[in-house]
Ligand binder design. Structure first.
Ligand code: ADP
Length: 301
């Protein structure tokens, strides 16, 4: 098969590993920078061009779309879908999971454990919002944040009010969440492919940090997850419609709660912590599922 990894940088660990794994399994692997793609949006012959030439013959794409290019990146994925190319994660699913509020609403609708979360538009409702998530300490997060940026722990009501006022002043959208103290600054990343958790790791924030993001100096170790955590991760990916997902869970007093479902989960942390060849598993999944024109939505939505 000819498989394209949509990535803005061919030297990134995840991109390199997917290319290497695909070549090992005798596929023709290419990296396409989605930011440099341009599209012909006509109904008869939808196409994608790159550096003056049409892109042809691609059987499947693996989107690795960074948060800062979600809008354009998902448009390129949608265009591939319209051309009948199989995308391991569909554009609608990526869009769903990128919006933290929308994702939380969809997950809660399916009864998946979440931290108590509040969202309001009007500044008049701050008091009540803080009350129903259980009062301080609370976590306040920007809807558009990634890698822990814009995630703030407000230890007192006064601090929470100041942060909320600041975010509102900037016109930013945010949610307010119950602080899961018992997680102890650790979360669990479950790497889901299809209907299985193929690898999982525990990430621990550095001393004095409640955020466990590896980009913020957290460290990763192997962990054995419970059947409940396993099924929560698989169901969360399914609700989002993602075939490949990184589901982040916290261990709370009321069971596993989902922090985030990531549609372009990094491979470096998980492969190094677990010594598993996750890249090859992604390629195997494509081999089993990709057929010309098999994308379910074919770019609708
Ligand atoms: P990002 O998408 O920016 O990584 P997250 O919502 O995943 O943002 O939060 C980053 C990290 O902060 C999480 O992995 C977790 O360790 C910690 N965290 C976030 N929300 C909470 C919460 N409600 N209670 C406890 N820790 C939290």
């Amino acid at each position: 098969m000819k498989i394209a990894v949509l990535s803005t940088n061919k030297n990134l660990y995840s991109t390199k590993r997917l290319i290497e794994a695909g070549r090992k399994r005798d596929h023709e692997m290419v990296v396409i920078n989605h930011k440099r793609c341009y599209m012909n949006i006509t109904s008869h012959n939808p196409g994608i061009h790159f550096a003056g030439r049409p892109i042809e013959g691609v059987d499947a794409v693996i989107p690795r779309i960074g948060a800062s290019v979600s809008f354009y990146g998902t448009a390129v994925v949608r265009q591939f879908e319209m051309m009948g190319v199989y995308s391991v994660n569909e554009s609608v699913a990526i869009t769903r999971s990128r919006d933290k509020l929308r994702a939380s609403q969809l997950l809660s609708r399916k009864g998946i454990g979440l931290p108590i979360t509040g969202f309001a538009n009007s500044p008049d409702d701050t008091d009540d919002l803080l009350d129903f998530v259980g009062g301080a300490p609370v976590v306040i997060k920007l809807l558009e944040g990634t890698q822990g940026v814009g995630v703030v722990l407000a230890e007192t009501k006064k601090a929470a009010e100041s942060v909320i006022e600041a975010f509102r002043g900037l016109g930013a959208n945010f949610m307010v969440q119950e602080f899961i103290k018992e997680a102890g600054g650790a979360d669990i990343r479950c790497f889901v492919i299809g209907d299985k958790v193929v690898a999982s790791m525990k990430r621990q924030g550095k001393e004095g940090e409640f955020r466990s993001n590896l980009h913020r100096g957290g460290s990763a170790t192997l962990i054995k997850i419970t059947p409940e955590e396993r099924s929560t991760a698989v169901r969360s990916a399914r609700v989002m419609g993602l075939n490949v997902a990184g589901v982040d869970l916290l261990r709370s007093n009321h069971g596993p709660v989902v922090m985030e479902v990531n549609s372009s989960p990094g491979l470096e942390g998980i492969e190094k912590a677990t010594e598993k060849d996750v890249a090859s598993m992604v390629i195997e999944f494509i081999e089993k599922n990709a057929k010309q024109g098999k994308t379910r939505t074919r770019g609708q939505g």
